[in-house]
Design a protein. Structure first.
Ligand SMILES: [Zn+2]
Length: 380
């Protein structure tokens, strides 16, 4: 497919009052409403978006989508989840507040492909049928021999081959390099009731343009078609299993539909002024955000505990001096010293906790690992 990047074409297909923007860090191209003021790339949070010339910069794919899945997460539940996110953050940096996350929420649409294609194929596979065998096990105990019935399920495999000639509809294929990482982070989207794309459906949302045009995404679409065919063959054979499905197919009349799905992006700045991203699913409102603890705050807590321990230590010292004259006080001095040492040791905990959140989060928290995978994919 050739891409026509003339100005007339892209504004005609998308609608007016939109700008074509680019982020140098994540290398993303975006369609942004002119009314939208963004100081940072809402997709990666690392650079300022710049307007680009579609003739010179030639995005991989610039056509408007055919279908759009609108935002359906309620503002209230989203707000609640943002508040929860902040509450659950140990030693939250000063910038991490529900108000900041909420006011910086940016709706973004992500693209993916739905492919229709006609396939004419010869296939072969092994289909498997479950059957049960019954055997007996004889056990001897004090009460004598006892027979135990054992049911075992086995699979009978049969080779099959045939031809297949049909049209497939809406086989999904990724339009973004980082497609898999997005799905792993936020989960799938309900796509049963799409709306046709209109400029009005964007409102304040920006749109990520595909970085995998149809030519590039075709191998994935083909895999998706093959998976559909595999399921059909299994169903036709009324088999419980299928393996080693091979087919040689000729495809024709491919039709590509671009569909947009909704997400939110927001951010906060950590102690070092680094932007940390928080993303949300546009339908379920489920959040996935980077967690960073403030070492400054943790040190303050540690200092408080340290001061408490020092105070207790001084008090115990005074009691010990008094105990020199009045021995009944001595046990109190001893307990005071022990409590001071105990409290002193716990003073390192805030720093240890903050340090482990910042440095070991990706090993202990699945969300942090998926966010790291997504960022690797975006910045590659
Ligand atoms: Zn970016």
């Amino acid at each position: 497919m050739t891409v026509d990047t003339s100005v007339e074409h892209w504004t005609k297909s998308w609608g007016s009052n939109l700008a074509l923007s680019h982020c140098q860090i994540c290398d993303g191209n975006f369609i942004v409403p002119l009314t939208l003021e963004t100081d940072l790339c809402p997709y990666c949070g690392r650079a300022v978006l710049t307007y680009i010339d579609e003739k010179e910069d030639k995005p991989a794919y610039i056509y408007a989508p055919e279908q759009i899945i609108p935002f359906s997460a309620s503002r209230d539940s989203l707000q609640q989840k943002l508040t929860q996110f902040v509450k659950k953050s140990w030693f939250a940096p000063a910038d991490l507040t529900p108000q900041n996350l909420s006011s910086r929420l940016q709706p973004i649409y992500l693209p993916f492909w739905l492919v229709d294609a006609s396939a004419e194929a010869r296939w072969q596979a092994e289909v498997g049928f479950d059957y049960q065998i019954v055997s007996h096990r004889e056990n001897y105990s004090d009460s004598g021999w006892q027979s135990e019935k054992i049911k075992e399920t086995k699979v009978r495999w049969e080779p099959r081959l045939g031809t297949l000639q049909r049209r497939y509809h809406n086989c999904p294929a990724p339009a973004l390099e980082e497609h898999v990482q997005w799905r792993q982070l936020l989960g799938n989207f309900r796509t049963e009731s799409p709306q046709p794309y209109q400029i009005e459906s964007l409102e304040a949302a920006m749109v990520r343009l595909p970085n995998r045009p149809p030519d590039d995404a075709w191998p994935d679409a083909e895999a998706s078609l093959k998976a559909a065919a595999t399921a059909e063959v299994q169903q036709a054979a009324k088999a419980d299993h299928i393996r080693q499905f091979r087919w040689s197919a000729a495809y024709s009349e491919q039709n590509w539909t671009q569909m947009l799905v909704p997400i939110f992006a927001t951010y906060y700045r950590d102690d070092d002024d680094v932007v940390r991203m928080v993303y949300a699913h546009g339908q379920t409102g489920e959040l996935a955000g980077q967690r960073r603890a403030s070492l400054k705050k943790a040190r303050r807590y540690a200092a408080f505990i340290g001061i408490g321990a020092a105070f207790l230590f001084t008090l115990s010292l005074i009691l010990a001096v008094i105990g020199f004259f009045e021995s009944a006080v001595l046990p109190w001095a001893g307990m005071g010293f022990m409590a001071a040492v105990g409290l002193g040791v716990t003073a390192v905990f805030p720093i240890l906790i903050a340090y482990s959140i910042n440095n070991f989060g990706i090993f202990t928290d699945a969300h942090q690992r998926r966010l790291a995978d997504l960022q690797d994919a975006i910045w590659e």
